[in-house]
Design a protein around this ligand. Structure first.
Ligand SMILES: [Fe+2]
Ligand SMILES: [Fe+2]
Length: 231
């Protein structure tokens, strides 16, 4: 990519730590089995690219933690525990199990577990450089008007109503803007776009709750009594 060419692509990282190739393939296979509308391997590739760009700018990064953390950060959506625990908590657990099977030492497994647990900024906040880079890389996915198209894919993936999605987006984008990015490069890449996305969702919220109630009309609104039912 012209504007942010990576100094070191994944080849160099795999040469240094061959286990990263196995994590890559495991992640690709697992996400591929579910093939979600949005939380799929293509999303993971975008996050990984951004994370590597940010990491090169930061320096002093442990890539044996960062790369598995990014590759597995949304693996929680593939876990049977996702409903009960949320994808950050479920993903942190599943990722550590996967890394144990692939022969990663406990210190790395725990560090990756923290990155994944903190990547939403909800279960906990990122307190290592690798966790902060993953957080920023994933938030940048939402920091552009293109995200309004991704939001449509989320509606399908989560089988969510428009008012519910909009409410969630206004709240989450608001707290992310308030928290800010952890890294210089992410702030530069954002360029104020995350705040713009938050404002766009706030505008949609106003439309569907005040100005354009027709957008959220229900079947019941067209009947004085109950709508007819199939026999
Ligand atoms: Fe996620
Ligand atoms: Fe993600």
């Amino acid at each position: 990519m012209e504007n942010n060419k990576l100094q070191e692509t994944l080849d160099a990282h795999v040469e240094r730590d061959p286990r990263l190739r196995e994590v890559y393939l495991t992640a690709k296979r697992r996400y591929g089995q579910f093939d979600f509308y949005h939380h799929n391997f293509v999303h993971v590739m975008r996050d990984l690219y951004r994370a590597l760009v940010i990491a090169e700018d930061e320096g002093n990064v442990d890539y044996s933690i960062l790369i598995p953390a990014v590759l597995l950060h949304d693996i929680g959506f593939c876990s049977p525990d996702v409903e009960a625990l949320g994808h950050d908590v479920a993903g942190s657990q599943l990722a550590q199990e996967i890394l144990e099977e692939l022969g990663f030492e406990e210190e790395i497994r725990q560090a990756v577990g923290h990155c994944i647990l903190a990547h939403k900024g909800k279960a906990t906040l990122p307190d290592t450089k690798e966790a902060q880079i993953l957080y920023d890389a994933d938030i940048l996915e939402k920091a552009g008007v293109l995200f309004m198209i991704f939001a449509g894919k989320l509606l399908c993936e989560f089988k969510e109503s428009i008012p519910h999605l909009v409410e969630r987006e206004v709240t989450d984008r608001g707290s992310e803007v308030e928290r800010g990015f952890y890294t210089r490069k992410a702030r530069e890449m954002d360029g104020g776009r995350l705040a713009k996305v938050r404002d766009l969702f706030a505008q949609i919220k106003k439309e569907i709750t005040v100005e354009r109630l027709d957008y959220t009309v229900q079947e019941e609104d067209l009947w004085r009594e109950k709508p007819p039912e199939f026999k």
